[in-house]
Design a protein around this ligand. Structure first.
Ligand SMILES: [Zn+2]
Length: 330
């Protein structure tokens, strides 16, 4: 042992050269082996094969129980879908200068399911000035209404329709030309109602879910007219909506004051409550718009929420059902 130790100490240079040579030979051998086994082949150019999904042969086999189960994305609820849709239109048509304005508008869309609700509806529009005024009131107080429109008014009133959507208001169908559907064949009825849905969807991407028959005429129970209408409603995921209270705003003798009194009375002549009511108005007379401007602050002060018909139906005991005819949402 001591002899070998002495030798290493005596010839350090020779020892280091020897070690270096051995290392060099080992590295050379390793390189040759690797080259022969293909490790140094250049990487292939990207191709469809390179990006293809791994084949079964190259994928480690896993038993199903060990596979991570993908967490299912829950379907958005009606409430979530409603807010998503409204926010879309707030951003698209709401002229909001910044995020704060979007948030402020969206804050007015909140609904308390346990508080009183009433749905004001305006038929036969949109019209210049009158519809604008009704929408001004909605915007000023952060409330919503439903507009049962005639298709023939769409072209000239796109601005009003966009504003309705940006305020969370609802657009309903009142036929293309304000036609009594009892006088139509099945094909004519499909055209008269379907054309409104189509025009609104094509322009704004908005799907109409409510139909109010002009003159509240849609055939008696079991009649061909009613059966045809119900079949169309089912096909288009729509419901027929009457009213539970009329403001009588089309009567010549009804002034803004009289319309206001009917709009805010806690019960009507049939003793039906205002809470849960669907109130009929028309956005075609100045007196109606004036009355609505007084009705809204009065009802807000009494704790009412002014909502759309779909919102009212959704929170009612019955809920919304395609093919149903609603005369009341109490
Ligand atoms: Zn009408």
């Amino acid at each position: 042992m001591s002899k070998r130790k002495k030798r290493r100490i005596k010839n350090p240079l020779r020892f280091a050269v020897g070690v270096a040579l051995i290392v060099l030979i080992v590295l050379l051998l390793a390189f040759l082996i690797a080259a022969v086994s293909g490790c140094f082949r250049s990487a292939p150019a990207p191709s469809s094969e390179a990006t293809a999904a791994p084949t079964a042969a190259s994928t480690p086999v896993q038993t199903p129980s060990l596979m991570p189960s993908p967490s299912p994305t829950p379907e958005p609820s009606w409430e979530e879908r409603r807010l998503i849709e409204i926010e879309h239109y707030v951003r698209a048509y709401g002229n909001c200068p910044d995020e704060a304005a979007v948030e402020a508008r969206m804050a007015t869309m909140a609904i308390d399911p346990d508080s009183k609700m009433v749905a004001f509806t305006f038929d036969d529009g949109p019209r210049d000035r009158i519809t604008d005024y009704v929408l001004d009131v909605c915007e000023q107080y952060g409330v919503r209404a439903t507009f049962f429109i005639n298709g023939e008014n769409i072209d000239a009133h796109e601005e009003q329709l966009m504003r309705m959507l940006s305020l969370g208001c609802e657009i309903g169908n009142h036929t293309w030309e304000h036609t009594n559907v009892e006088e139509l064949s099945a094909e004519e009825m499909r055209r008269e109602i379907g054309s409104v849905n189509e025009a609104v969807f094509n322009r704004f991407g908005y799907t109409i879910h409510l139909f109010r028959p002009p003159y509240i005429k849609y055939g008696g129970k079991g009649s061909e007219t009613r059966n045809t209408l119900i079949a169309l409603m089912n096909e288009w995921d729509m419901a027929v909506v009457n009213h539970t209270r009329s403001t009588h705003d089309t009567y010549d003798s009804y002034t803004a004051e009289k319309i206001y009194r009917r709009g805010v009375a806690e019960t009507d002549e049939s003793n039906k409550p205002l809470s849960g009511a669907i109130v009929l108005c028309h956005d075609k007379a100045k007196k109606t718009a004036e009355a609505f401007g007084k009705i809204v602050p009065e009802l807000l002060s009494r704790g009412y929420q002014l909502v759309t018909v779909s919102e009212l139906l959704h929170y009612s005991d019955d809920g919304f059902h395609a093919g149903w005819i609603y005369s009341s949402a109490n």
